[in-house]
Design a protein around this ligand. Structure first.
Ligand code: PMP
Length: 379
C-alpha cells in the first residue's frame, strides 16, 4: 500500500506537458519546447575537460560526505567575491543537484508538524520537499502587480510558534523576477525563522545584480547549484550553505542518504566556478536577447507582463484575457500548435490564468513558437 505521505506528493505538471510533447514528437510532430526550464546550451568545454581529466586520473571514489574540500573552498571563494560574505568549507554540503540539497536542509530543520512559509505562486516542487520532511507549507498570496513578492505583513499573519523557515527564490521560477535589496532585507528581518534562499538562478540576471540572502542574515540556508548557470542539468551537482552549528548534522544526513556526491563531477564543478566565466557571459548575452524578443512579442499578442522579468529564463505571462483554465490551455496549445508551455496553475492557485514561457531554447525556435501561438490566438 502506498503511504499516506507519498500519495500526497503533487505532480510536477511541467514534466507532464513535456511528456505530452515528447509523445507528439514520437508521432513525427515538430514540437517547440518552451515549457522546459533547462538550458539548451552544451556544457562549456572547460568543464567537460575537467571531468574527463578527473576520470582519467581515477577520481572515481566517494569523497568526504560534505564534498571535496577543494570544491567547498571554491564555493566559499565565490560567495566572498560575488557577495562579500565570509563562509567556511564546514558550512557547505555538496550534493547531487540543488534538489537533494533542499530536501536535506528541510530534514535538518523540520520536526513533524513544523511549518514553512512559501509564496503562491512558486516553484512547484517546494511543497513536496516540505511534506517529505514531515512539515507543512503555509502559503502567502503574492500579487502580479508587485512582481509576486511577499508583503511582509502577510508573512507576519502566517507566522506561528511552529514556523521554522521562510522560503525565497530570486531570480524566481516561474516569474523571472529578481528581489531587490530592500525586499531581501524585509524578509531577513524575520530573525526567529531560518530563511531558505534558493539561489539557483544567480548569475542569470540581465539588469543590476542579484544579492545573496547571506548579505542580510547569517540565519539562512542557501541552496545553489550548477544546473542552470553552467548548463549542467544532467550532471547533477548542487550545494547547500548553512549556519556552522548544522555542520555535523548535515554531514551525518549526507553520509547516510547519499554517502557523497559524484567524485569526478565535483572536480568539474571547480572548473565551472573558476574557469567558465567567459562561457557564462556568452550564454547570458544570448538569453538576454531572447528575453527582450519574447517580452516584446508576448506583449504585442495581448499577454500582460506586469513587472519586467530580469532574471532566470522565464516569462510568466498573464493570459487571463484568453484563458481561465491554464492547465487545459497549456495542453491545448501543446497539442494543437505543437508549442510546449507551462500552465500557471502548476505554480500554485495564484498562477491560475498565467502561462510560463521559457527562453532556454534557440531564437529560431522562439520565433517559430511565438508565430504559431500568434496564429492560434488570432483564431
Ligand atoms: N530550484 C528551482 C527554482 C528550479 O527551477 C530547479 C530546477 N528546475 C531546481 C531548484 C532544481 O535544480 P537541480 O536539482 O537541477 O539543481
Amino acid at each position: 500500500m502506498i503511504s499516506k505521505r507519498a500519495s500526497k506528493f503533487t505532480s510536477f505538471i511541467v514534466m507532464d506537458v513535456m511528456a505530452k510533447a515528447e509523445e507528439l514528437e514520437r508521432q513525427g510532430e515538430d514540437v517547440i519546447h518552451m515549457e522546459v526550464g533547462e538550458p539548451d546550451f552544451p556544457t562549456p568545454k572547460v568543464i567537460t575537460r575537467a571531468a574527463n581529466k578527473a576520470l582519467s586520473n581515477n577520481k572515481t571514489r566517494y569523497t568526504h560526505a560534505l564534498g571535496l574540500l577543494e570544491l567547498r573552498q571554491a564555493i566559499c571563494d565565490f560567495y566572498l567575491k560575488e557577495y562579500g560574505v565570509g563562509i567556511t568549507p564546514d558550512q557547505v554540503m555538496i550534493s547531487t543537484g540543488t534538489s537533494p540539497a533542499l530536501l536535506f536542509a528541510m530534514l535538518a530543520i523540520l520536526d513533524h508538524g513544523d511549518e514553512v512559509i512559501i509564496s503562491n505562486p512558486r516553484y512547484p516542487c517546494y511543497q513536496n520537499f516540505i511534506l517529505a520532511a514531515g512539515g507543512k507549507m503555509k502559503e502567502v498570496k503574492t500579487y502580479p502587480e508587485e512582481g509576486f513578492q511577499y508583503r511582509p505583513k502577510d508573512i507576519k499573519k502566517k507566522l506561528s510558534p511552529r514556523t521554522k523557515a521562510i522560503l525565497i527564490n530570486s531570480p524566481s521560477n516561474p516569474t523571472g523576477i529578481v528581489m531587490t535589496e530592500e525586499q531581501l532585507q524585509s524578509v531577513a528581518q524575520f530573525d526567529k525563522q531560518y530563511i531558505i534562499s534558493d539561489e539557483i538562478y544567480h548569475g542569470l540576471v540581465y539588469k543590476d545584480r542579484a544579492h545573496s540572502i547571506l548579505e542580510f542574515t547569517d540565519k539562512a540556508f542557501v541552496i545553489n547549484g550548477f544546473s542552470k548557470l553552467y548548463a549542467m542539468t544532467g550532471w547533477r551537482l548542487g550545494y547547500c550553505i548553512f549556519p556552522a552549528e548544522f555542520s555535523k548534522v548535515m554531514q551525518r544526513i549526507h553520509q547516510n542518504f547519499m554517502i557523497s556526491a559524484n567524485g569526478f563531477i565535483q572536480w568539474a564543478g571547480i572548473a565551472a566556478l573558476t574557469k567558465a566565466q567567459k562561457d557564462v557571459a556568452k550564454m547570458v548575452k544570448i538569453y538576454d536577447e531572447r528575453r527582450k524578443y519574447m517580452l516584446a512579442r508576448l506583449t504585442d499578442m495581448g499577454f500582460v507582463i506586469h513587472v519586467e522579468p530580469t532574471g532566470a529564463f522565464y516569462v510568466f505571462a498573464d493570459a487571463r484575457r484568453f484563458c481561465t483554465d491554464s492547465y487545459k490551455e497549456a495542453f491545448r496549445i501543446t497539442e494543437e500548435v505543437k508549442v510546449g508551455v507551462s500552465p500557471g496553475i502548476d505554480f500554485g492557485s495564484g498562477g491560475e490564468g498565467f502561462l510560463r514561457f521559457s527562453y532556454a531554447t534557440s531564437m529560431e525556435n522562439i520565433k517559430e513558437g511565438l508565430d504559431r501561438l500568434e496564429r492560434y490566438l488570432s483564431k
